[in-house]
Design a protein around this ligand. Structure first.
Ligand code: ATP
Length: 278
């Protein structure tokens, strides 16, 4: 299958975060700096994972790329244009499934193309195809509450990918799944990503997940988050089953190296919230 994004539109899929600081006003009226001077780039078609301790500003960074929020300083650009609201060609997947409970599985997946003006019959036919690709043929008429957590993730993945996004933003999409289901979903995501090759910004707490999936891992410091280090993950692609990648010596070496960098930040963040002086 040909990747959806050829060299012609590839530059549209570059994400550039330059010198971004985000401050919030707290309920007490104080200014709180969530992220500070964050800069990194996701190249077109690249899978970039961001790891960092809890509260370091990973989700804040993602919300600035999605256009749901604006930086206080610095710029976020997608395809060379400053982000100004939710851009065309961007799909999302979050930890909580964003499925409509009153719609069938087919209706949920067909929603994207329908919104973009595709005729219902054609949207449903494409949705059926996507449901087959995520292993849910035969479940078209179910409602989300009639599915397991893993199956709901598959529906969410089909609903995100049916739009053939140039950019896929994912915030802990598999965080709520059990270990085995998570590994299966990660492998399925990799297979589909390798076919479509959107640029991916993937937020996770799980360093194993980041190394197994990504081309590049960005480690953030404890809050206010900034970029501590960026690692290129040169494990060969296609990577195959995530369960098997974890045992490869190259994977273990990268994991150990990045963990050394991340551990300091996790400990620092813990010390702050636990009131321990470091
Ligand atoms: N709208 C807001 N108003 C005030 N503070 C906020 C707001 N949104 C986020 N924050 C704060 O900014 C910091 C970063 O939050 P964010 O959710 O981005 O962190 P995170 O790294 O994604 O955390 P986690 O890994 O726990 O999900 C946190 O201290 C959070 O309380």
């Amino acid at each position: 299958m040909t990747p959806a994004h050829t060299t012609d539109d590839a530059p549209n899929a570059r994400i550039e975060i330059s010198g971004v600081t985000k401050r919030f006003l707290t309920p007490a009226g104080d200014v709180f700096t969530a992220i500070k001077d964050v800069s990194f780039t996701v190249e077109p078609g690249q899978f970039c994972a961001v790891v960092g301790p809890t509260g370091c500003g990973k989700s804040t960074t993602l919300s600035l790329v999605s256009g749901l929020d604006r930086p206080s300083e610095g710029t976020v650009a997608v395809g060379g244009r400053p982000v100004d609201g939710i851009a065309e060609g961007v799909s999302f997947m979050f930890q909580a499934d964003a499925l409509l409970p009153w719609k069938t599985v087919l209706g949920n997946v067909a929603l994207g193309p329908t919104f973009r003006g595709t005729a219902k019959r054609e949207a449903e036919s494409t949705a059926r195809d996507w449901l087959r690709r995520v292993g849910l043929a035969g479940f078209e008429d179910r409602h989300p509450h009639q599915l397991s957590g893993g199956m709901r993730k598959r529906v969410a993945m089909a609903a995100a990918l049916i739009n053939e996004p140039r950019i896929l933003l994912m915030d802990e999409p598999f965080g709520a799944l059990d270990v085995q289901t998570k590994a299966i979903m990660q492998t399925e995501l990799l297979g589909l990503w390798e076919q479509l090759r959107p640029s991916v910004l993937f937020i996770t707490h799980d360093l194993e997940e980041a190394v197994a999936l990504a081309d590049r891992v960005v480690v953030m410091t404890s809050g206010p988050g900034s970029v501590k280090a960026v690692y290129d993950i040169d494990l060969p692609r296609p990577r195959g089953a995530v369960q098997d990648i974890r045992f490869q010596p190259e994977f273990l070496a990268l994991h150990r190296q990045i963990w050394e960098s991340l551990r300091e930040e996790v400990e620092r963040a813990y010390a702050k919230t636990a009131g321990v002086s470091s």
